[in-house]
Design a protein around this ligand. Sequence first.
Ligand SMILES: O=P(O)(O)OC[C@H]1O[C@H](O[C@H]2O[C@H](CO)[C@@H](O)[C@H](O)[C@H]2O)[C@H](O)[C@@H](O)[C@@H]1O
Length: 355
Amino acid sequence: MVRFVEENITTMLETKIISNSEVLYVGGDEGDTSPGTKVLQNFQINEEGGGLIRSWVDSMRACSPTRPKSFNSQACWIKEHPSALKMFEEILHESEGKQIVMFLDYDGTLSPIVDDPDRAFMSKKMRNTVRKLADCFPTAIVSGRCREKVSSFVKLTELYYAGSHGMDIKGPEQGSKYKKGNQSLLCQPATEFLPVINEVYEKLVEETKSVPGAKVENNKFCASVHFRCVEENKWSDLAHQVRSVLKTYPKLMLTQGRKVLEIRPIIKWDKGKALEFLLESLGYDNCTDVFPIYIGDDRTDEDAFKILRDKRQGLGILVSKYAKETNASYSLQEPDEVMFFLERLVEWKQLRCGS
Ligand SMILES: O=P(O)(O)OC[C@H]1O[C@H](O[C@H]2O[C@H](CO)[C@@H](O)[C@H](O)[C@H]2O)[C@H](O)[C@@H](O)[C@@H]1O
């Protein structure tokens, strides 16, 4: 195991201070095959060559399966991760007497995956559903995107938003019944990395411009290199370019998502930490009567699923048509099913409250 110690990690918080030791990054154990965020550290980037690039590309492919491996394996997977719609009554039963808190990923969960990340819009119906949901339960959007961008897609001021894979958390601006006190909430545990992320973003744009279809997105505390519109036979070339930029930045690491490589600071902060932070901010830390439901489609969501599984608290729902390694308990096939599930939760809550 390799330990990177980051000295001056700053956390800007109006309500809480996170100590440096809480955000020090400790790399995953070798041979760790759990489905959480797969982290590639810079010592690996410097030392390995072709094998490493192959593993990045394979790992990215595994995030977006396009068909079931086999009929039998798909059937087994569904048995282990049944549809949250089919199991709706059981889920309600599990949550009985507890406060449900909702955590929703954005891309692939609230909006369908599209080629152009700038056009991943959410439907009006989905927005309406999320609006009603946020009236019934505390609700947070947890996304890899820059917070400002994801909130401009969602357009609901009453939500909590955690952008940049949880490295940029902000409480509701207005309209939330669930806001604690009058203080506003802001948590940015990676502020000191802003200049370096900007610098790397510029370099990646320059380095990758020769690859048709490649796109680099600045997500403020992290950056994404998109492979979706790049011919598959050019994926290794693009991954090599990312590697050549990244190897001079020992304080950054690489993770994979759906046809995307993500460059992030080496700090121990992810969507799982963001979930814990938000529960705490809402006053539900160490509570046994809280029931968090986290819905997401990508590998970075696994960090949150894992927290819930380890704590035996609430549940994770993976959005995927095909079998994927996951810490989630249930599944939904696509964003439309997510919307039906959320609608049912709203109807149930409204019936209970007689509204
Ligand atoms: O945590 P999320 O909200 O799921 O964000 C993860 C990444 O989502 C976006 O990329 C993904 O969706 C795009 C639009 O559908 C798609 O073109 C791309 O292939 C997917 O990886 C977003 O653009 C990234 O910045 C996020 O990190």
